[in-house]
Design a protein. Structure first.
Length: 374
């Protein structure tokens, strides 16, 4: 079996979770770096990672790594790579990427050089002078950091956070990959009772239900690599069948979302049905001040509005105080709250038992976890 090297970029703070899930899938030589995880595997691992990864943003095939201190080095390094094994005669191959702390800092120039190098390599194989690029898109990505170039081929297409269920979203939605990570860090089990009192379009509730039922997030969506000529359709079929066999169909998981806007609650249920977890979720229209920790146990995982996004800071702080009063220190109840506010614990009224730095987009946040009863 031929082994390939892959990169799975992720939000900062999620590298450990991505590493763990890839190892559990059978990936080899897993190595976590800042903002991405490197791993190895065959064609089936390419398909499996796309279908099953909850926390990674996409799966990139690593074509090559080499020094690129000049445009000549960049051109020669790219041209030496085996593009003819992965890009067909009619395939489109656009180029995008970034460069930091490097002699080559002009992104348009780097794109142009890489494109020319790939064209020259393919010309020698296909014996043509012009490529129409009317076929499947093979997106080339590059990153140049400290004069070292990483050249990759995107196998995912749309980012992996685009599960396919969220056609519409409420204002300031949380990314699906971050929501899944929050649910994992807060410890969701098949019999968890999950609550989100600021549910918006339902992303946290849906990702919690997918996790509790071991439902692969990408099993029903398409990927760019499904149109690649060198990747057999049977590999995708096999990995989707494998993912469906791993699903728990008799989970006792329940989730309740609440919000003051009844329109977003309708959106939550529409999205939950698209995701196949509508039977696990219900909604209630109510203000946070009306929330009651009813029942013997429960888990709250929530993304309350931030002063930087939807409310001014004073209004956000008022919400935090209200949360502190209604989220009771009660045996059997646990809380996971994400916020960028540096004084959150003071305003909420309790110091977290554990906290973890996460990024919501480019916004640095802390995920505050409360699970001990005083």
């Amino acid at each position: 079996m031929q082994l390939y090297r892959f990169a799975a970029p992720c939000l900062l703070g999620l590298e450990g979770l991505v590493s763990e899930e890839l190892k559990a899938m059978g990936a080899q030589d897993v190595l976590a770096e800042n903002g991405r995880v490197m791993f190895s595997g065959g064609k089936e691992m390419l398909c499996r990672a796309n279908v099953c990864c909850r926390y990674a943003e996409r799966i990139l095939l690593l074509m090559g790594v080499f020094p690129a201190r000049s445009f000549t080095e960049l051109f020669d390094g790219v041209k030496a790579l085996p593009w003819d094994q992965f890009i067909g005669k009619n395939d489109a191959f656009p180029v995008k990427g970034w460069a930091r702390q490097s002699a080559l800092y002009s992104i348009p120039d780097c794109q142009s050089i890489i494109k020319k190098a790939v064209v020259e390599r393919l010309k020698s194989t296909y014996r043509v002078d012009w490529f129409l690029e009317t076929g499947p898109v093979c997106q080339i990505q590059f990153s140049i950091m400290k004069d070292t170039a990483f050249i990759m081929l995107d196998t995912s297409g749309d980012g992996l956070h685009k599960r396919g269920y969220r056609r519409n979203a409420a204002a300031a939605p949380i990314r699906e990959t971050l929501a899944a990570a929050m649910c994992q860090l807060a410890r969701i089990y098949p019999d968890t009772a999950l609550y989100d009192p600021f549910c918006g379009s339902g992303t946290l509730l849906i990702e919690g239900a997918l996790l509790a039922n071991q439902m692969a997030p990408g099993v029903h969506r398409a990927f760019a690599a499904e149109r690649f000529g060198w990747l057999e359709e049977s590999s995708w079929r096999q990995e989707r069948s494998r993912a469906l066999e791993c699903m728990k169909r008799s989970s006792d998981f329940t989730a309740v979302g609440s919000d003051i806007d009844s329109a977003v609650l309708e959106l939550t249920m529409a999205n939950a049905k698209k995701a196949g977890v509508g039977g696990h979720i219900r909604t209630v229209c109510r203000d946070i001040s009306e929330f009651i920790c009813a029942g013997e146990r429960g888990l709250i995982v929530t993304n309350p509005p931030y002063g930087e996004r939807l409310l001014d800071q004073r209004a956000a702080e008022k919400l935090y105080r209200t949360m502190g009063s209604v989220f009771a220190e009660k045996t059997g109840w646990r809380y996971g709250i994400i916020s960028p506010h540096e004084e959150f614990e003071k305003i909420f009224g309790r110091k977290a038992d554990k906290r973890r730095k996460l990024y919501n987009g480019m916004l640095k946040c802390q995920f505050y976890l409360y699970f001990r009863q005083r």
